[in-house]
Design a protein around this ligand. Structure first.
Ligand SMILES: O=C(O)C1=C[C@@H](OP(=O)(O)O)[C@@H](O)[C@H](O)C1
Ligand SMILES: C=C(OP(=O)(O)O)C(=O)O
Length: 453
């Protein structure tokens, strides 16, 4: 990426100070209009770029993760325009072949950008470099690279084997059957699925999943969007997928991005903790995002949930029950449950969340460290977390590890001042929320204001 485009991404960031102090808030009630889904935005951008025809995307997420995808597509020769003053974009598809065959692409820390782009670029072949922030170079990508190189692509590690940066050369595809491990990140399977139509010209492509697949609902998002762009996939459960030969990406014309269900979790939890009612608009019972199932966990904790096609509302009597559940299907929203657990009537256990260790930071370790600062007793297992709420929460300075979800989650420790359960929290380096929700703290503050009116 050129210095100029790096500059643009930097300027797009909302600038928060070095820390934000949040004082106890009594009740959180009101209505929040959600920003667009990160998972849907980045998939849609890439599919629109690969499609034949022009796609108009409504309500794309404005954030670091989508900016790196937009800038990468531009460098790859894709023309797109943003309608002034809106989050609506027109993307002119390349019909399966990027016009530019040489590029140096900065991927920030966006898993939804680097993984699918690696697969698509490797399938086409060329001379491409993909790199990101320091943490991106610690996030595994080896399972994806191995799956692709085994059928003839040429992806090389330019740093540490198994991790970005990567250099993609021109390979020679000699097989149509891929195998990929699914237990580190579902994004590897998503990436192969998205690149498969580029390989299935004359023969079908098959993908076998080796071992367990984590984060399964994200594969449903991928399959749903592939279908909207004209690609049908045959499947045998979560074990194997076949992309029939001769299908090309076709623009659906117009596509609308739902609100982000993971971002919804902070407000929904706020309603459950303080009583609410709290409503989010932009996702509802018709959502294609697995993270809407976050409300099942809140319901299990005793909250009341109502849902329309495009909204979700949470209220409660302010008493939350402890929970012991498997959160493999909603790894991102599960972090919000770890904070809701501070307000529960006993110890809560979050199971099957080993993938937390390879995300924006080691989230199991970070979460345990920061929850303890508030006075909670925390047991950190290899793949689980047990949180025992403190008798009274202690004021704390929370470190965020350049992880947007750490910053957003811990804002909830300030809630329920009415019941004297919330505390003053200082959130260090809050600008990290720019990854998926650049004005999160403004929206959070407005909610507290709405409540006071
Ligand atoms: O495909 C996606 O859009 C995502 C998949 C999940 O990652 P893993 O499959 O690595 O758990 C999730 O944590 C990430 O925020 C987004
Ligand atoms: C894990 C996350 O991001 P990424 O898409 O970079 O994997 C996340 O947003 O919580």
């Amino acid at each position: 990426m050129t210095n100029q485009s790096k500059q643009k991404i930097k300027h797009a960031k909302k600038h928060y100070p070095k820390f934000i102090d949040l004082h106890p808030v009594a009740v959180c009630r009101g209505i929040v209009k959600l920003p667009g889904s990160k998972s849907i935005s980045n998939r849609t951008l890439l599919l629109a770029a690969l499609a034949k025809g022009t796609t108009v995307i409504h309500d794309l997420l404005a954030s670091d993760d989508t900016l790196v995808m937009l800038m990468a597509l531009k460098q790859l020769g894709i023309n797109w325009e943003q309608a002034e003053g809106t989050q609506n974009y027109t993307v002119h598809g390349c019909d399966g072949r990027f016009p530019t065959h040489q590029a140096d692409l900065f991927m920030g820390n966006a898993g939804t950008a680097i993984r699918p782009l690696t697969a698509a670029l490797a399938a086409m072949g060329g001379d491409y470099t993909l790199h990101g922030v320091a943490r991106m170079h610690e996030r595994p990508i080896g399972d994806l690279v191995e799956a692709l190189n085994a059928i003839g692509t040429r992806i090389a590690y330019t740093g540490v084997a198994g991790y970005p940066p990567l250099h993609i050369h021109r390979g020679q595809l000699h097989a149509q059957q891929m195998s990929v491990r699914g237990n580190v990140s579902s994004q590897f399977l998503t990436a192969l699925l998205m690149a498969s139509p580029l390989m299935a010209r004359d023969q079908p492509v098959s993908i076998n999943v080796i071992g367990d697949l984590i984060s399964k609902p994200y594969i449903e998002i991928t399959l749903n969007l592939l279908q909207r762009f004209g690609i049908s996939v045959e499947r045998d459960g979560w074990q194997s997928f076949i992309i029939p030969a001769g299908q090309n990406y076709q623009s659906p014309g117009t596509i609308h991005v739902e609100g982000d269900a993971s971002s919804a979790s902070y407000f929904l939890a706020a309603g459950a903790i303080t009583g609410g009612p709290m409503r989010v608009e932009g996702v509802g019972k018709n959502s294609i995002q697995g993270d809407v199932r976050f409300v099942e966990a809140l319901a299990q904790m005793g909250a009341n949930i109502t849902m329309g096609d495009n909204w979700i509302e949470v209220s409660s009597n302010g008493v939350l029950k402890a929970i012991d559940a498997d959160f493999n299907h909603i790894p991102d929203a599960a972090m919000t449950i770890a904070i809701a657990a501070l307000y529960a009537d006993g110890p809560s256990t979050l199971r099957n969340i080993a993938s937390w260790r390879v995300k924006e930071t080691d989230r199991l370790s970070a979460m345990a460290t920061e929850l303890r600062k508030l006075g909670a007793t925390v047991e950190e297992g290899e793949d689980y977390l047990r949180v025992t709420p403190p008798a009274a929460m202690q004021p704390a300075t929370i470190d965020t590890y350049d992880d947007h979800r750490m910053a957003m989650c811990f804002s909830l420790a300030s809630l329920d001042g009415a019941a004297l359960r919330g505390t003053t929290v200082r959130i260090n380096d809050p600008q990290c929320v720019a990854k998926t929700f650049p004005d999160y703290f403004d929206v959070f503050a407005k909610l507290a204001e709405q409540t006071l009116l």
